[in-house]
Design a protein around this ligand. Structure first.
Ligand SMILES: CC(C)(COP(=O)(O)OP(=O)(O)OC[C@H]1O[C@@H](n2cnc3c(N)ncnc32)[C@H](O)[C@@H]1OP(=O)(O)O)[C@@H](O)C(=O)NCCC(=O)NCCS
Length: 174
């Protein structure tokens, strides 16, 4: 089935909740999961509040949020939110997050979600930032191909059990 990338809608909440559940199941099964998580899985209510806030930010043109759909299912999402308050001198920098469902990876959905989000971000941000875990060379490869460059390393900033994992900061001008 073909994949469609579009703007998020309020009615997508259940689909986004499904993505979040997959994200946490995968993270709990895989000690090398390549993204950092909250130690406690967010409740549906908390996620609904978060989703409402991002939708509001998007409507106010302070954030971008794209989803990838296969038929009626949401199989990936990507959002860019300001790193600081929209009223700050850092509001031109947006932090990008991306996730694609396990069964849909390596089909360029992540790449297309990011490309579409960067286009959408042109009138909102000047710089896009991604924070990637040091144990995720695949994601880093993808971000490099999309023009992101590493500018910083936060050594040991993720603590998973007894293990310390580095965070890499990457960015590019939009
Ligand atoms: C990272 C992620 C968003 C990439 O999405 P995707 O749809 O699988 O990636 P794409 O198919 O668009 O990949 C594009 C390129 O990156 C490469 N790539 C992506 N993930 C890779 C991986 N884990 N290992 C090796 N290469 C990878 C692909 O081979 C492809 O390279 P090519 O264009 O040279 O063929 C997705 O794998 C994901 O959600 N992973 C789990 C969570 C995660 O790691 N998030 C990253 C947080 S920073």
């Amino acid at each position: 089935m073909s994949i469609r990338i579009r703007q998020v809608k309020s009615a997508d909440f259940e689909g986004v909740l499904g993505l979040n559940r997959q994200f946490y199941s995968e993270a709990s099964e895989n000690p090398n999961f390549g993204d950092d998580i909250y130690l406690k899985r967010p409740t549906k209510r908390r996620l609904k509040d978060w989703f409402g806030r991002v939708i509001k930010q998007r409507r106010a043109k302070e954030a971008t949020y794209m989803v990838a759909c296969s038929g009626k299912s949401i199989v990936g999402h990507c959002f860019i939110r300001p790193v600081d308050s929209p009223a700050s001198e850092r509001s031109h920098v947006g932090n990008l997050s991306v996730f694609v469902s396990r069964g849909f990876r390596n089909q360029h959905i992540g790449r297309n979600l990011i490309r579409n989000s960067l286009t959408d971000a042109k009138r909102k941000f000047d710089i896009a930032q991604i924070v990637v875990m040091g144990n995720n060379p695949g994601a880093r490869h993808l971000y490099r191909k999309l023009g992101f460059r590493k500018w910083g390393l936060a050594k040991g900033y993720v603590k998973r059990g007894r293990r310390y994992i580095d965070l890499e900061y990457m960015s590019r001008w939009i």
